[in-house]
Design a protein around this ligand. Sequence first.
Ligand SMILES: Nc1ncnc2c1ncn2[C@@H]1O[C@H](COP(=O)(O)OP(=O)(O)OP(=O)(O)O)[C@@H](O)[C@H]1O
Ligand SMILES: [Mg+2]
Length: 354
Amino acid sequence: MSVPEEALRKALSGLLKPEQVTEMKEKNGKVLVTVAVDVPMGEKPAFADQVKTRLREVGGVKDVFVSFAPPPRAAAPPAQAHPLPGVKHVIAVGAGKGGVGKSTVAVNLAIALAQEGMKVGLLDADIYGPSAAIMTGTSEHKAQGDAHQRVVPAMKHGIRIISMAFLLPKDQSAVVWRGPMVGKMVTQLLTGVAWGELDYLVVDLPPGTGDAVLSLSQSVPLSGAVVVTTPQDVALLDVLKAIEMFRAVKVPVLGVVENMAGFTCPKCGTLTPIFLEGAGRKAAERFDLPLLGTLPLDAAVPPGGDRGSPIIVEAPTGGTAQAFREIAKGVRTRVSEIEKEGPGQFNLEWSSGA
Ligand SMILES: Nc1ncnc2c1ncn2[C@@H]1O[C@H](COP(=O)(O)OP(=O)(O)OP(=O)(O)O)[C@@H](O)[C@H]1O
Ligand SMILES: [Mg+2]
């Protein structure tokens, strides 16, 4: 560190207790500080500003990145013994906001992994609108129980699929669920299912609150999370929100997927950037996470999804399908890297040259 850590910590002494500053890193004047403090969500930006102001007063500091860790008493209880012994890796797909393509990524990633020879399950945990079931063409599937009273997943496109859509009466599909009920339902969907042997169980998370993430992480150990973003998210606040959501429950983020990154001409295949070019890379660099892939805005994605034929099945030789295969490779690599690093590792080291 070129700026002494002691000086940085001292600058925060009137604002935070020493034990509330859980991480302090600095490189070339860029400071990464993690604070474990109980601040309501809406007040976090103002609190982060106070931290930034104090740290910027220290000589040599050019930029400050503040991250919030959960205060010790809010830490998630450790997950129980693995309730799904046949499932090797559970991967969550999430985002800081709705509509960025979580379900699209979860579905196509699951199928891409299966096409690589993996045994794969897909859990559609979005009980507000089970779009993964629609995208895989399984929303009409009728759930059956096995001899152990567990629900048998549907099988489609080479993957095993469970969705709330299989269990809810049709007229209840638009039911508004309270947070704790979301969590309970997710746990039931996860553990009450005869998944059998799986290499990967991909979980499509609902938008919004961390309830589903919290109950998921309390029900089963997660190997990691994929964060989906779009280039419009200039401030990167949503990416940070998603990263914080996973950090709070000690789930390592495998990387960032940038979706709808440019327009592919259906006639000539040329890719035209529409929003910010390289926004996904910027997000990945900012938070020092790998960019798992960039997906173009592809006019063939929505109709395929509506028909239950995901793009990777519908147009397997196209650029979007290829991008999904790259993402699947990246996920597998990251999962094995994190496995080697051991549990509880967060990839927040500064990348070289940052
Ligand atoms: N790369 C893409 N190109 C074109 N359309 C896309 C792309 N990715 C997603 N879409 C479309 O955008 C819409 C939202 O995608 P999706 O349902 O996957 O998002 P989501 O993040 O799961 O949304 P929610 O927060 O509601 O769960 C869908 O109609 C989908 O078909
Ligand atoms: Mg969705």
